[in-house]
Design a protein around this ligand. Structure first.
Ligand code: GLU
Length: 266
């Protein structure tokens, strides 16, 4: 009898631990509740670029934020709420976008974010919605025509961007020895180019386009194609699914191509 009591006691403990385990794992996992939290809040918070014309750009005259990635984010809001206006934008840079997603200040990032294996360890990425390449911008007066001409020169790149690694690899291929200077943001790199502290400004060509002026030129060479994806926090599986469904539906219906044409990007 005593044995039976001890055994049933052990059984009860096992059952209790099993349920306690279930409880803690479901409270850690945001999956299944992430979309509900966004719906309850009534707005989708998206990190976008504000200084990349045609992708994510805040017009200084009108203060309006617009571009391909803005329209894409609106399409996700429409999928979630049935209303494309239920979206709130926050400006991000290459350096701030990851931390803003980590801290939950934004639900997703649609900001020229290149999908890499390394980044996939930290974030969920949607299927690609655009492919761009890394480019080089120099002063017209420098006479530099290609990567070979950048031998012994200094290249300005943004911190946390893929550009340094991409250019390093390509420079080695053509036998150019280059050095790098890293900056927090793109306006700083452009100023450094203008003041002669660097000889070249390198990042995705779409981003460079926003900084061309009469004194600068983007070289013809392009390197290291970059697939852009929408990033969401790991565990926010319902949101990741809604984003992916939006993008694949837009691909199928031709809407994505229409948007690319609307914004005049190739
Ligand atoms: N697309 C590149 C990256 O994700 C360039 C940086 C940027 O997007 O600002 O690293």
């Amino acid at each position: 009898m005593k044995k039976i009591k001890i055994l049933s006691g052990i059984l009860l403990l096992i059952v209790a631990f099993t349920f306690a385990g279930c409880g803690s794992s479901s409270s850690q996992k945001t999956s299944g509740s992430d979309l509900k939290a966004i719906k309850d809040r009534g707005t989708l918070k998206v990190g976008v670029k504000l200084d990349v014309p045609k992708f994510g750009y805040k017009d200084p005259k009108t203060s309006k934020i617009e571009g391909f990635e803005i329209d894409l984010s609106k399409a996700v809001a429409k999928k979630i709420f049935g209303d494309e206006n239920k979206v709130q934008f926050q400006g991000v840079t290459a350096k701030t976008r990851g931390p803003l997603l980590d801290s939950g200040q934004v639900d997703m990032i649609a900001a020229t974010f290149t999908i890499t294996d390394e980044r996939k360890k930290s974030y969920n990425f949607s299927e690609p919605y655009f492919t761009d390449s890394v480019g080089l911008m120099v002063k017209k007066s420098s006479g530099i025509k290609d990567l070979k001409g950048l031998n012994e020169k200094k290249i300005g790149v943004a911190q946390s961007a893929t550009s340094k690694q991409a250019i390093q690899k390509e420079a080695e291929k053509v036998g150019s020895k280059v050095t790098f200077m890293e900056f927090q943001g793109y306006p700083d790199i452009k100023s450094a180019l203008d003041s002669g502290r660097i000889d070249c400004f390198s990042v995705d060509r779409s981003i460079l386009t926003g900084y061309i002026d009469n004194s600068t030129v983007v070289l013809k060479e392009k390197f290291s194609p970059q697939d852009y994806g929408v990033a969401t926090k790991k565990g926010n599986d319902e949101l990741a699914k809604a984003v992916n469904e939006t993008i694949s539906e837009m691909k199928k219906s031709g809407e994505l191509d229409k948007l690319i044409a609307k914004w005049g990007i190739q």
